[in-house]
Design a protein around this ligand. Structure first.
Ligand SMILES: O=c1ccn([C@@H]2O[C@H](COP(=O)(O)O)[C@@H](O)[C@H]2O)c(=O)[nH]1
Length: 609
């Protein structure tokens, strides 16, 4: 762990259930390779993960079984370690490459900005020369204009110990707002291509499909159907991401799909057991008969005590020389970037989804009532009343009481979006925009029909993308609400009551329910509150309260990321004449992140004592 990181706290543990083929999985790490310095349950760093993987590989060798490492993208944007340097990622690429990864692919965050995609192609692809897969992604060379696969389309290889034949693919979901130096081919088209049709006819003991794709998205289902149609009895394993949640499902009884959370809080573990090696050379029907395969999954908290537990080691024996060196490299990078520099002191915790919205403890209410009214000012238009809209997905993490550092800035708001506006929009038209952005009504259907406008859910937080997992979290919330309605909690006596004083009190954390069950988390936690948030929030500035005093027109100000949806909402609210031509910069040259940082410097005193 990094110097100064919160010490890990013990929790009751569930063990790893090893099989013949085992996989460690990271996804959506978003630059958190230094770990969570303020959260004890996720404070291990990339160096610790390297030590962990080295120990598990050794264990696998001793048992004669196999272990693969997988990463499914969105490694960048979301933490000072990546975002605070100039150029971005100055330290990240060399830190990340130290892990030995067997199958790796691209996420949408590697593709939003052209320079990020260039660096991915220039650095990460060659760093993982034989293992980087790009089944539906092309790159356009900036010098020649030549379009080429971002990396090899698929990979066939044999595992180290059992010589299992693996055929692996690496996809990204049908992402449409990538920079113009990459081309994402819709999955539906890719799976019709000859190379894919040939690849799924290769002899495989196990197909491993990795992707920056939510497990419940159509893209994975289509890939599954295509592979299964040709391979009735071969196990198919999916590793996905993008939705920032712990999740697992099975597309049929001989498959499993795992998603391993976000922000390097989770190391996913998946195992496949059974008689995996098939005898292709024997032309008997036995080679194609179904064999009993079983699957298991575990969501490992990125917690040093847990990593010790799973390896049977301790503080002294756990760190390998390689892991320790990487921890030191990260510490040096954090220091050179001055990530602990304190801009101000947060007076209390401000939550994205652990508090209801609106509420005094909601980060969105804080932005709406305190930050936006102060920072959304254009000196030339300061007399004009305005509506200012921010999408909730623009905010990536909670603010904890105490020091708000350079690192926190990028953790909370990593994006480079600026504020734009449309001047003098009739108030009656402008006031309907927020309602339409937040309701799955006409603009939802219009966006579905118009492929140039992404799904309206992409304005919101990824944790709410999928309705199934989202409603499960809401049910947990209701269950914990009703438990607390009874006064003393009925759910936690085992570890909190005086009858078992030796057991540690449960720490709040993931209490995952997936399609396999509710025993996936390696550490047993108490439930964290989860409240839904809308797609967007709005502040009215200079607009009088009384209906009769409303202005004729207002400036409609919004963060530029949501421009396609704002224009669509205007169409449905009587502003069909507005288009891209009407949108102007509201505050030129400053990103929303910089505006928020300035507000903190000005309003939160630096002394945290
Ligand atoms: O410039 C941007 C880019 C993205 N967002 C928000 O992020 C999520 C997507 O997050 P993932 O990590 O890819 O799942 C997207 O839905 C937006 O809400 C943004 O606000 N600004």
């Amino acid at each position: 762990a990094q110097p100064g990181a919160a010490s890990p706290v013990a929790a009751p543990m569930r063990d790893l259930d090893w099989g013949k083929l085992n996989i460690l999985h990271t996804t959506d790490t978003h630059g958190w390779h230094g770990g969570h310095l303020k959260e004890s349950q996720y404070s291990a760093d990339w160096g610790d993960y390297i030590s962990f993987a080295e120990h598990l590989r050794k264990l696998a060798d001793e048992k004669g079984i196999d272990l693969l490492l997988v990463d499914t993208g969105d490694r960048v944007e979301g933490n000072g370690l990546y975002d605070a340097s100039s150029p971005k990622g100055k330290y990240y690429y060399d830190i990340y490459r130290e892990q030995d990864i067997d199958i790796i692919c691209t996420g949408n965050h590697e593709l939003y900005q052209a320079p990020t995609a260039d660096e991915e192609h220039r650095q990460t692809v060659p760093n993982f020369k034989n293992t980087y897969l790009a089944s539906n992604l092309d790159y356009i060379d900036p010098l020649t204009g030549e379009r080429m696969p971002m990396a090899q389309r698929y990979r066939k290889f044999q595992t180290k110990n059992q010589k299992l034949d693996i055929v692996a693919f690496g996809f990204i979901f049908d992402f449409t707002v990538n920079a113009n130096n990459t081309v994402v081919q819709p999955v539906e088209e890719t799976i019709k291509e000859q190379w894919f049709q040939d690849a799924i006819r290769e002899k495989a003991d196990v197909f491993v499909v990795i992707g920056h794709v939510g497990l419940r998205m159509q893209e994975f289902k289509d890939i599954f159907t295509a592979i299964r149609d040709q391979n009735w009895f071969t196990p198919i394993v999916f590793l996905g991401g993008h939705a920032h949640i712990r999740d697992a499902t099975a597309y049929d009884s001989n498959s499993i799909a795992l998603a391993s959370g976000r922000y390097f809080e989770t190391i996913g573990f998946l195992s496949v057991d059974g008689d995996l090696k098939r005898s292709f050379d024997v032309p008997s029907s036995s080679s194609s008969l179904p064999k009993h395969t079983s699957f298991s999954r575990r969501y490992i908290d990125n917690n040093l005590l847990g990593l010790y537990h799973h390896t049977g080691l301790n503080e002294t024996t756990f760190p390998t020389e390689h892991g320790r060196n990487v921890t030191a490299i990260i510490a040096r990078a954090r220091k050179e970037l001055d990530l602990d520099y304190n801009f101000g002191c947060a007076p209390k915790d401000l939550w994205m989804t652990r508090a209801p919205y609106p509420d005094d403890n909601s980060i969105y209410t804080w932005l709406e009532t305190e930050v936006l009214p102060d920072v959304a000012v254009n000196a030339d238009r300061s007399e004009v009343p305005r509506l200012v809209i921010l999408n909730t997905g623009a905010i990536r993490f909670d603010i904890f009481k105490g020091a708000f550092t350079r690192d926190t800035t990028y953790i909370v708001s990593p994006f480079t979006s600026t504020l734009s506006y449309i001047p003098d929009v009739p108030y009656e038209v402008a006031r309907k925009v927020i309602i339409l952005l937040n309701r799955s009504g006409p603009i939802f259907h219009a966006a579905m029909a118009d492929s140039s406008v992404p799904d309206v859910r992409f304005m919101g937080i990824p944790e709410q993308f999928d309705p199934t997992t989202y409603s499960r979290r809401q049910q947990q919330q209701h269950a914990s609400d009703s438990a607390s309605d009874f006064g003393s909690s009925q759910q936690k006596p085992l570890f909190n009551s005086n009858e078992s004083p030796m057991e540690p009190a449960l720490v709040e954390g993931y209490t995952t329910e997936d399609d396999i069950g509710n025993d996936g988390d390696d550490a047993v936690h108490s439930v964290i509150d989860f409240y839904a948030v809308p797609n967007c929030i709005q502040t009215e500035i200079g607009v009088p309260e009384g209906e009769e005093d409303k202005p004729d027109s207002v400036d409609l100000v919004f963060v530029d990321f949501i421009q396609p949806w704002v224009l669509l909402a205007l169409k449905f609210s009587g502003g069909e004449q507005y288009g891209n031509k009407d949108v102007r910069p509201f505050i030129d040259g400053k990103t929303f992140t910089e505006l928020m940082e300035e507000w903190i410097k000005k309003n939160w005193r630096q002394d945290c004592s």
